[in-house]
Design a protein around this ligand. Structure first.
Ligand SMILES: CC(C)(COP(=O)(O)OP(=O)(O)OC[C@H]1O[C@@H](n2cnc3c(N)ncnc32)[C@H](O)[C@@H]1OP(=O)(O)O)[C@@H](O)C(=O)NCCC(=O)NCCS
Length: 344
């Protein structure tokens, strides 16, 4: 898998724009300092930690160059990380179905860095958080969703669910299976082309491939208001988000209400907003937990029955893999998932 020269040129231009603001050696010092501040993958289960770790160096840049300069610095850092990752991807053993997404992913990162107002592109900004994680390799593209390779499930949420929702079996499961070693899925609000049932299925197939490569990963977890079991009755079009996994061995863990969940749940839907205002719908956040064996079994069934749109072109779980009629070598697929990481 090769990143097209056009994208690399755009990324180099973003990087060079920061060089123009100050002496190249100073620019290099600041970029290297940021890369050294990035946490190890093991420490990066806290989604926002990589961005937060950059606070001291960001403050230094802001003091001299203002928030606009800091935005250009953040963009240069993301561009630099993408440029360092590009050659690593050429020899990566990530599944083809994931690797195939990188050219489009890096192209849209480059386009965003070249066109967006970057004054808020820093800690607390969702696009920066998402781009930094992809560029630094904590997260890989999954199509409909970004797939974090270093996610975790809080064991405490198992205890909480036992006390507050009296769902003892779920609580015990979470306490037993929780901790690190989960893939966590995240929606990037800028890119919703695959936000539909087929797009999700394609993403789950990629996750199944990633799971096969690393036997230590326990499964997949996602957290949102749209996993609330009350939602399908209100927004039946979104039922697939929980129904597909729940039909295939996933389970839900209740977290509770919160202003952020209400804001998100009522942002785009007139129906949900009205019901909320009438007191008939209170958004609640849930985690959807899909243990590895159940997810892999679903993917294998999907491939067998070809019930999933385009399954045939999606790697291990189709009769052929993309780019040829060669089947995956299972021995190779089961190798541990490498963590492409800036420190090597
Ligand atoms: C998550 C999200 C992207 C889903 O968007 P979506 O697929 O368009 O689904 P929504 O239920 O939100 O749809 C909103 C409106 O679009 C229209 N719509 C959506 N899909 C449609 C379809 N297939 N045909 C016709 N209209 C449709 C409907 O009018 C719907 O309003 P309604 O509920 O009053 O009928 C969207 O809700 C969102 O951006 N939320 C805010 C951010 C967020 O929550 N992110 C996830 C964080 S965990």
């Amino acid at each position: 898998m090769t990143i097209p020269e056009e994208t690399l040129t755009e990324l180099r231009a973003v990087r060079a724009a920061f060089d123009l603001m100050l002496a190249p050696s100073e620019s290099e010092r600041l970029i290297d300092a940021a890369i050294r501040l990035l946490p190890t993958p093991e420490a990066a289960a806290d989604l926002e930690l990589p961005a937060r770790s950059l606070a001291p160096i960001g403050a230094e840049v802001e003091a001299t160059h203002g928030v606009r300069g800091r935005g250009r610095y953040a963009a240069a850092l993301v561009a630099e990380l993408c440029l360092r990752r590009a050659p690593l991807l050429e020899r990566s053993t990530l599944p083809t179905s994931v690797l195939d997404l990188y050219p489009a992913t890096f192209a849209r990162v480059a386009a965003y860095l070249g066109s967006a107002d970057l004054s808020t592109y820093w800690i607390g900004d969702d696009p920066f958080l998402k781009d930094l994680r992809i560029a630094a390799g904590y997260t890989v593209p999954g199509g409909a969703l970004d797939i974090d390779l270093v996610g975790r499930i809080s064991k405490k949420s198992g205890l909480k669910t036992m006390v507050t929702s009296r769902t003892f079996r779920t609580g015990v499961k979470v306490m037993r299976m929780g901790g690190s070693g989960w893939f966590s899925i995240h929606l990037d609000q800028r890119y919703l082309e695959e936000f539909n049932a087929h797009g999700r299925d394609r993403c789950y197939l990629r996750i199944a491939e990633l799971l096969l490569r690393d036997p230590t990963v326990k499964g997949m977890v996602g957290t949102s208001w749209y996993y609330d079991p009350a939602l399908p009755a209100i927004s039946p079009r979104l039922a697939y988000l929980q129904q597909r996994p729940l039909d295939a061995g996933a389970f839900l863990v209740r977290h509770g209400r919160g202003a952020i969940h209400t804001e998100r749940a009522t942002l785009t839907s007139e129906t949900r907003r009205k019901l909320y205002e009438e007191g008939k719908y209170l958004p609640v956040c849930f985690s959807l937990v899909w243990p590895r064996d159940a997810l892999i079994a679903w993917a294998e069934r999907a491939a067998e029955r070809a019930t999933v749109a385009s399954a045939a072109s999606y790697g291990r779980f189709g009769p052929t893999c993309r780019g040829g009629n060669r089947s995956y070598d299972l021995a190779q697929v089961r190798q541990p998932c490498e963590m492409p990481y800036p420190h090597g």
